[in-house]
Design a protein around this ligand. Structure first.
Ligand code: UD1
Ligand code: CA
Length: 454
């Protein structure tokens, strides 16, 4: 059976006090509406419809091809929001799943159970409910003796007795489509708030003697709707707990999950150990048996196996296997460290490939460079890659020894097996197996040829 989801995302989100539309606020690195779209994907068969209004342009841009959008302007309530999808969906049949886009913890499996409930219901719709000791702000569920739902009473009109009801309206409904569009037209303007409430669909069904079923959710946290930034932080913490738990169950050690921040979509291989205060962002992939952190930030980077990354910052970088880096090292975009590379404290690498076994122990800047295998970069070495206008490349061969505090003025090529004296300023290419020194550096002598590969 065809199932189409409608996500309501037109509300202003006034209590967020933000210039950003509420549903674009991120939870663990992805906007709230991304979470909602992922969840409905698991329960619906058709491309979803998102009702936009406040910040319509930004929300529409964000959803792109992942959904169809309709604009609700002005915003006259949740029933009025659903009505906006009429031209797209009326007459297409099947089931219509309606959810609010500000509930990022709601799971796809829960929505799929709601859809199954409605498939078995001879009545026009089913809804999700939850039991919670702190019902503040939620609509209360009034049930008849046979268990069918009689009414949803919003808090501000509830009697003292109704306020004590612990079963609450989550805000997700699955409708028989053919019934929905006619029923929406029968919903009257709420006399207190002047809006059209979707929750009044209950009354329409009950008046017609049709049964409404409730699917009770087990995990009350799924029902948290974000209205303020306090809720946002609660949702963030719960999402982080869920994601961290799944990594641990997949064989990753998190020494202190509470201080470990792993965004949605980050991959971490088994037997990798993540120490506290570590942040893994974006499209990051980490292999097996690594030790990451403490105090490390990694974004959009790929790390092989058996690496050690201590107190470092990586962005757009690639580490092969058995790399040892940190503390206090920084990799920027395009940095690639080959197998067994050692990068010690206070170094920065950008747009450069350090081939297998390169050692760069202390205080260096390497940019736009290619450094051959087993080369040693002395303390304080700098590739002077920028002349004020353009970036220039530096190519260093294999088995080179760059002396401490060498300035490599690019463009520059240094041959295999060459050496530079401490404090040299190298402005001209250096042939293989040659020692240069001085300011500017001059050839001092030819060296005996030594290579790690024989
Ligand atoms: C709603 C329910 C309440 C439920 C609670 C769960 C109604 C009348 N009440 O209350 O029973 O317990 O959610 O969190 O539905 N929206 C639009 N257009 C509008 C108005 C709202 O798209 O004109 C969207 C909002 O962007 C939001 C969602 O609908 O995503 C819910 O609206 P909100 O004002 O937050 O409803 P609640 O007062 O929380
Ligand atoms: Ca809400």
């Amino acid at each position: 059976m065809k199932v189409t989801a409608i996500l309501l995302a037109a509300g202003q989100g006034t209590r967020m006090k933000s210039d950003l539309p509420k549903v674009l606020h991120p939870v663990l690195g992805q906007p709230m509406i991304w979470h909602a779209l992922e969840a409905v994907k698991q329960a619906a068969s058709e491309t979803p419809v998102v009702v936009v209004g406040h910040g319509a342009e930004k929300v529409t841009d964000y959803v792109g091809a992942s959904a169809r959008t309709v604009v609700q302007d002005p915003q006259l309530g949740t029933a009025h929001a659903v009505i906006q999808a009429t031209p797209l969906l009326r007459g297409t049949g099947g089931l219509v799943l309606v959810c609010y886009a500000d509930m990022p913890l709601l799971r796809g499996e829960t929505l799929a159970r709601l859809v199954e409930k409605q498939k078995a219901n001879r009545g026009p719709f089913s809804m999700l409910t939850v039991f919670n000791d702190d019902p503040h702000g939620f609509g209360r569920i009034v049930r008849a003796a046979d268990g069918t739902v009689q009414a949803i009473v919003e808090e501000y009109v509830a009697t003292e007795e109704q306020k004590r009801i612990k079963e609450l309206n989550v805000g997700a409904y699955c409708f028989h489509a053919d019934w929905l569009w006619d029923a929406l037209a029968l919903i009257e303007k709420n006399p207190h708030k002047g809006e059209y409430y979707l929750t009044d669909a209950v009354e329409v069904a009950v008046k017609a003697g049709l049964p409404i079923q409730a699917e009770v959710m087990e995990d009350a946290k799924e029902a948290i709707g974000v209205n303020t930034r306090v809720h946002l932080s609660e949702v963030e913490a719960e999402m982080r707990r869920r994601v961290n738990e799944s990594h641990m169950l997949n064989g990753v050690t998190l020494i202190d999950p509470a201080s470990t921040y792993i965004e949605i979509g980050v991959k971490v291989g088994r037997d990798t150990v993540v120490w506290p205060n570590t942040y893994l962002h974006g499209k990051t992939e980490i292999g097996e048996g690594n030790v990451i952190g403490p105090n490390t930030i990694i974004r959009d980077s790929k790390i092989g196996n058996h690496c050690k990354v201590l107190a470092s910052v990586l962005e757009g970088a690639l580490l092969e296997d058995d790399v040892d880096m940190g503390p206090f090292a920084r990799l920027r975009k395009g940095a690639r460290l080959g197998n067994h590379v050692h990068m010690g404290n206070f170094g920065e690498v950008k747009d450069s490939y350090l081939h297998d076994g390169v050692k760069m122990g202390h205080f260096s800047y390497i940019g736009n460079a290619d450094i051959g295998a087993e080369t040693n970069i002395g303390a304080g070495t700098i590739t002077c890659n920028y002349d004020g206008e353009k970036k220039h490349p530096t190519t260093i061969g294999e088995d080179v020894f760059i002396g401490s505090d060498t300035m490599l003025v690019a463009p520059l090529t240094i041959g295999d097996g060459a050496r530079t004296g401490a404090g040299s300023v190298v402005t001209k290419d250096v042939p293989p197996d040659t020692l240069v020194a001085g300011v500017p550096a001059r050839a001092i002598k030819k060296l005996e040829k030594k290579r790690h590969k024989t």
